[in-house]
Design a protein around this ligand. Structure first.
Ligand SMILES: [Zn+2]
Length: 295
């Protein structure tokens, strides 16, 4: 038998217990996922500020939109670009759709606008494409900040989840993802469950799902329908201590925005994928979606 001093054993355990050893967890607080529990509440409890939507003339688009639309098999020439300016922020968000995207620009404006302006400010471009069902991804990194909806992603919990990836990546402003920081990992260690099965797949997915839970908590002041009440309270506390005031509270106006990517010709060759850098989180898949509303 290998006889190691206890302190060394503990150090080895700590090293082995890095990022991935925290998951999966056996207890799931929401076995059917978050949408059936939270989406009706988001629909009832939030409203988007008024917004003006101005469509660009055809032919130009932000570079990031060209990259993602091309990658999503949107045909060249089918990009539609809009400036969406909400009443609580004078700088528009430049949103892009493939013209066969399942979400309309009105839906995109509404779902995005239902989030607090400081949470919205972690997102650079909002992009929608056609897809079967709904999947979505977030492009994180210092030079990115986009969220992409593939298909009919017409539930608020998905928008919060993807924006949660940006909050994770950008919220601390230090270049360190919160979900892989000791603060969040220790909180998860103290808890007995994860939010749902999807949260069990990676620390950053659990963080994104806890962003959904936290936003509901901020709106309603309690947590609905827990299978194991209190089982994720440490994560909730960690996330809200870090981000409740700064990002999850409604009101105010934007004070930090990520500059849009340069405007380029919205022309690309079919099948040519020109995507620079960036870390793509996803595609995030969601089951049991409950659409609260249509626009
Ligand atoms: Zn995700």
């Amino acid at each position: 038998m290998l006889n190691l001093p206890n302190t060394l054993v503990l150090a080895l355990l700590a090293a082995a217990g890095s990022v991935y050893a925290q998951l999966p967890r056996p207890l799931i607080n929401y076995p059917l996922g978050l949408s059936p529990v939270f989406d009706e509440g988001f629909f009832a409890g939030t409203a988007a500020p008024s917004a003006t939507i101005v469509q660009w003339a055809p032919g130009k688009a932000p570079q990031a939109c060209v990259n993602e639309l091309a990658w999503n098999n949107c045909l060249s020439g089918r990009a539609v670009v809009y400036n969406v300016t909400y009443a609580d922020c004078p700088t528009p968000w430049i949103m892009c759709r493939c013209d066969n995207a399942d979400l309309s620009i009105y839906q995109m404006t509404n779902f995005f606008g239902r989030m607090p302006v400081h949470l919205r400010s972690t997102v650079r471009h909002v992009i929608a494409t056609h897809g079967e069902g709904c999947s979505a991804y977030a492009i994180t990194g210092p030079d990115d900040g986009d969220i992409v909806m593939q298909g009919n992603c017409n539930t608020q919990s998905i928008w919060l989840h993807e924006t949660g990836h940006q909050l994770d990546a950008r919220g601390l402003g230090t270049g360190v993802g919160f979900s892989t920081s000791p603060t969040f990992i220790n909180a998860l260690w103290n808890d007995t469950c994860v939010a749902d099965d999807y949260g069990n797949t990676a620390l950053w997915e659990e963080f994104a799902q806890m962003t959904v839970v936290s936003q509901s908590h901020v709106i309603y002041g309690y947590i609905q329908q827990q299978q194991y009440p209190g089982c994720f309270d440490s994560q909730l506390n960690a996330l809200e201590t870090a981000f409740k005031t700064s990002h999850l509270t409604y009101g105010g106006t934007c004070h930090t925005r990520i500059p849009a990517t340069p405007t380029v010709n919205a022309v690309w060759k079919r099948g040519r994928i020109d995507r620079r850098g960036g870390k793509r989180i996803g595609p995030c898949k969601f089951d049991h979606l409950v659409a609260g509303h249509k626009h």
